[in-house]
Design a protein around this ligand. Structure first.
Ligand SMILES: Cc1cc2nc3c(=O)[nH]c(=O)nc-3n(C[C@H](O)[C@H](O)[C@H](O)COP(=O)(O)OP(=O)(O)OC[C@H]3O[C@@H](n4cnc5c(N)ncnc54)[C@H](O)[C@@H]3O)c2cc1C
Length: 400
């Protein structure tokens, strides 16, 4: 690439981040060759509906598509689908069919795979791909009961969809509240209420001794059986094929604030697998958020094409469960204090309409809202500005 615009950009990972990178390159005026490699047989498709509308049978398959053959042709991208990248060497990627692709810019967007539990039976469902959503939908259709391990966002969405389909759902969570790691226990307690108040049985703080095809045995020796077993305990990195980079990949592919991979010239990474430097907080962080993959793809595409970077933004995540939308802006993981802003959910009132802020050293770093879509989006600028506690409260009052 020798400092200029590359002749050939190779994108590894034909998911959300991969396709948005291709689109971003063309919108930034890039006219060179683009190749897209994907382990799945499909053109890029969207994952959020896999636990929501698609799982519920409300959307058909075509609504998931992020692109189609015609659009791919218009974008002038050469696709290599059903082929996995198995090794990285400077300027080249080896694929599972033993072919090698050379490029002067490589973008890594391989996402994550489903984390599993030791001894997890093959019959247990996980949810990452469209095939897994198909299999789970079929299982839900014939089921009376479901045992779901993990009350993270995706687990809770599956519980919600199965509950709406009339399935008797029990959720087991090892942490004291759902989403405790992301939201903290005070706010996690709101998600616990959301789940329990809807009629799903939620058991937090449980340890699982073993899983089998019929269900689970807990550490106290009790047994829980169900027609369908789902393990929804989040994603895990699958980056062994990047060993040749010599990088520490344990926390994700380490990148600067433009997605350039640490110490590797002409290589970028983005999406669920990438840990970017956060200019607001100075650390590296990996988000498994739809919007992060999208915004990072734009940053990377524009960097490769030599175009101006897009304006700064704050991380955003949403989840649809039990009839309301949970929305998270910013970084609750760096907070040292919680500040209720709207609604009474934290004091035992209705969960719906509750908005909670997170502060670090007295400055706003995150905001989460439960069924409060209009209000939550107003907090983007206060977050970017890192408003002080008093200024946040003044801003809150101005919203009425
Ligand atoms: C069920 C579900 C529901 C979700 N709901 C929400 C939501 O409500 N809100 C939200 O913000 N986010 C949600 N997400 C997360 C969101 O979908 C991800 O953050 C987003 O897809 C990340 O994009 P990505 O490009 O990094 O990875 P992906 O979209 O996962 O794409 C990565 C692709 O790379 C391929 N790949 C992996 N390794 C290789 C290799 N070595 N060679 C070639 N190809 C490879 C994979 O097979 C995959 O197709 C959800 C995710 C799931 C699974």
């Amino acid at each position: 690439m020798s400092g200029g615009v590359p002749e050939h950009v190779l994108v590894v990972g034909a998911g959300l981040g991969g396709v948005r990178t291709v689109e971003g390159l063309r919108s930034a005026g890039y006219e060179g060759r683009i190749s897209l490699v994907g382990a799945e047989e499909h053109l890029p498709y969207d994952r959020p509906p896999l636990s929501k509308q698609y799982l519920a049978g409300e959307w058909d398959r075509s609504k998931l598509d992020l692109t189609d053959d015609e659009k791919a042709a218009e974008l002038g991208v050469r696709t290599h689908l059903g082929r996995r990248a198995v090794a990285w060497r400077p300027g080249e990627i080896e694929l599972s069919d033993s072919s090698t692709l050379h490029a002067d810019a490589i973008v890594l967007a391989p996402g994550v795979t489903s984390r599993t539990l030791p001894g997890q039976p093959d019959s247990a469902h996980v949810l990452r791909t469209v095939e897994e959503s198909d299999a789970l939908r079929e299982a839900i259709a014939g089921a009376g009961s479901m045992l779901l391990v993990g009350a993270g966002f995706v687990g809770a969405e599956v519980a919600s969809t199965a509950h709406d389909a009339g399935v008797d759902v029990t959720v087991l969570e090892v942490a004291p509240t759902p989403m405790a790691r992301v939201l903290g226990e005070d706010v996690g307690a709101l998600t616990a209420r959301l789940i329990s108040e809807s009629g799903v049985s939620l058991r937090c703080g449980v340890s699982i001794a073993s899983l089998d095809a019929a269900g689970a045995v807990l550490d106290d020796g009790s047994r829980l059986d169900a027609d369908v077993l789902v393990v929804g305990i989040g994603g895990q990195l699958d980056l062994g094929w990047l060993d040749g980079t010599g990088l520490d990949l344990s926390g994700g592919i380490p990148c600067d604030a433009r997605g350039r991979v640490e110490g590797l010239d002409g290589v970028w990474a983005l999406g669920d697998a990438a840990a970017w430097t956060d200019p607001l907080h100075g650390d590296r962080v990996r988000h498994e958020h739809w919007t992060s993959a999208t915004t990072q793809a734009t940053v990377v595409a524009r960097d490769i094409a030599g175009a101006e970077p897009p304006p700064a933004t704050v991380p955003y995540f949403w989840s649809d469960q039990f009839g309301l939308k949970i929305q998270l802006l910013g970084r609750p993981d760096v907070a040292d204090e919680v500040l209720p802003l709207h609604g009474d959910g934290v004091d035992g009132g209705p969960v719906k309409g509750t908005v909670v802020g997170y502060l670090r050293d007295g400055a706003l770093v995150a905001v989460v809202g439960f069924g409060a879509a209009r209000r939550i989006m107003r907090y983007r600028k206060p977050l970017l500005d890192g408003l002080s506690r008093d200024a946040v409260l003044e801003f809150r009052d101005s919203l009425g």
